[in-house]
Design a protein around this ligand. Structure first.
Ligand code: UD1
Ligand code: CA
Length: 449
């Protein structure tokens, strides 16, 4: 569709019912501010211009949106006089006469791009106004969509509705699209003669019809227009978002044995034929190539994982971790800013931070890279094919050469050349029969008491 589209996002809501110092629309779903979910959805539906209308105290909202969307303009609604009044704060953008104008609420993060595309198609087909409705068993509080012979004739706000109108279960989701060419004139014709004394955007329907223009209602799932006002609703929104994204990922070719226990970030990328076991949490910035096996109870963030890698169970991967083809990280291991090269294994109880683990190296159980002296961080370099014996401490900065061998229990403070063997622990001394001597001495002491 080569039509131009302006999206106006109403983002004025404060944090009152969230009981928060943070503006409501900055609360996150899958790690992304609600307002950013809405602006990205608009961009995906071909919205080429973006206008965000905020309330008077909104610097944080501006900073967040500006950091995520390009070509965004901000407008301030200084007095809260209703949704139509808020839209008119973006008068300058509306005057540009885009083909389509969409109005979205920033606290409705589950809206899908496909739904906006359907609205834009209705506008392209000649509708002056397209409204997104949903059916609910509990319509109280919502504007009702009044239809006649399949056409939308008006939206009646709950407070202004008659008993009979309140029986209607088809409600306004708040999302509206209208043609750009007459928009300013129509919006300015809206009055405030209603129960709340507000300028209602919803009156655009009647204003358009009075001029003989076509108005339509489209239907979406109730979930899509879920408006979030409290932290309980935020959790409901998160659950709905997670369920939707898990399903998409499974349908794209990923196995999840207990999807309801897997938590995704908005930017999580999982390639085909990956298998995700129960209770796995993805933080920001995770990319799994195809055929990766993430075993139960693993926590991943900021990492890139190549094909055929096995992670966990109980592994923690922190930012800067890269695992090459066929490498493995096992139970109770933590990797941070670690480059694990092809076929290398870190299988049990290790901390590998600020380090390279060369191809096919084997890191024994309980190995620790001592990367921090309390002030600075230092790098550990482990060569290809090196073998680090169990319970070793590698005190960085330090390098272990290719195919070198570190004896278990060592505290390595100096570089180990390739093919060398390093032992750095007390030498064992064994005294024949001495255990008997100690035992007899102890028994004698006990008797004398
Ligand atoms: C609105 C709709 C209603 C719909 C419901 C869906 C209107 C008049 N009513 O009602 O038909 O069923 O959403 O959730 O549109 N806002 C401003 N400035 C204002 C007033 C509102 O920016 O002066 C913003 C709010 O921050 C919010 C949105 O517009 O994001 C909706 O306003 P709200 O007062 O919550 O409208 P509802 O009564 O929920
Ligand atoms: Ca509302």
């Amino acid at each position: 569709m080569a039509r131009s589209c302006l999206t106006i996002v109403l983002a004025a809501g404060e944090g009152t019912r969230m009981r928060s110092k943070k503006p409501k629309v900055l609360h996150e779903i899958a790690g992304l501010a609600m307002v950013a979910h809405v602006t990205t959805t608009a961009a995906k539906a071909g919205g080429d211009a973006l206008a965000v209308v905020t309330g008077p105290v909104s610097e944080e909202v501006r900073d967040t949106v500006a950091g995520l969307a390009k070509d965004v303009r901000f407008y301030e609604q200084t007095e809260r006089l209703g949704t139509a009044h808020a839209v008119l704060a973006a008068r300058e953008a509306i005057a540009e006469r885009h083909d389509d104008i969409l109005v979205l609420f920033a606290d409705t993060p589950l809206l899908r791009p496909e739904t906006l595309t359907r609205m834009r198609e209705a506008l392209a087909d000649g509708a002056e106004v397209a409204v997104l409705g949903f059916r609910t068993q509990e319509p109280a509080g919502y504007g009702r969509l009044l239809e006649d012979k399949g056409e939308l004739v008006a939206i009646r706000e709950h407070n202004d509705a008659s008993e009979l109108e309140r029986e209607i279960k088809f409600c306004n989701g708040g999302i509206m699209g209208f043609a750009g060419r007459n928009a300013l004139e129509l919006l300015e014709a809206i009055g405030n003669d209603n129960a709340k004394g507000e300028y209602y955007l919803t009156d655009l329907v009647e204003v358009a019809r009075a001029r003989g223009l076509k108005t339509v209602a489209l239907e979406a799932d109730e979930e899509e227009i879920l408006g979030i006002n409290t932290r309980a609703e935020l959790a409901r929104g998160e659950a709905a978002w997670q369920a939707r994204r898990r399903r998409e990922i499974m349908l794209s070719g990923v196995t999840m044995t207990a999807p309801e226990t897997v938590f995704l970030h908005h930017d999580t990328e999982i390639g085909i034929d990956c298998e995700i076991e129960p209770n796995v949490v993805f933080g920001p910035g995770v990319r799994l190539a195809g055929g990766v096996h993430v075993r139960a109870f693993s926590h991943l963030e900021g990492c890139r994982i190549a094909p055929g890698v096995t992670i966990g169970p109980y592994a923690r991967l922190r930012p800067g971790t890269e695992m090459a083809e066929g490498s493995k990280v096992g139970n109770f291991c933590e990797l941070k800013n670690a480059q694990v090269e092809a076929g290398a294994k870190v299988n049990h109880l290790s901390y590998i931070g600020d380090a390279r683990v060369g191809a096919k190296a084997n890191i024994g159980a309980g190995t620790i890279t001592c990367n921090y002296d309390g002030v600075n961080k230092f790098h550990t370099d482990i060569g290809a094919g090196a073998f680090i014996g169990s319970n070793s401490a590698l005190v960085a900065p330090v390098a272990i050469g290719d195919h070198a061998y570190v004896a278990s229990g060592s505290v390595i403070t100096a570089d180990v050349p390739p093919d060398a063997m390093a032992v750095a622990r007390g030498r064992q001394s064994t005294k024949e029969g001495y255990a008997t001597t100690i035992r007899e001495r102890s028994l004698a002491l006990k008797k004398s008491k």
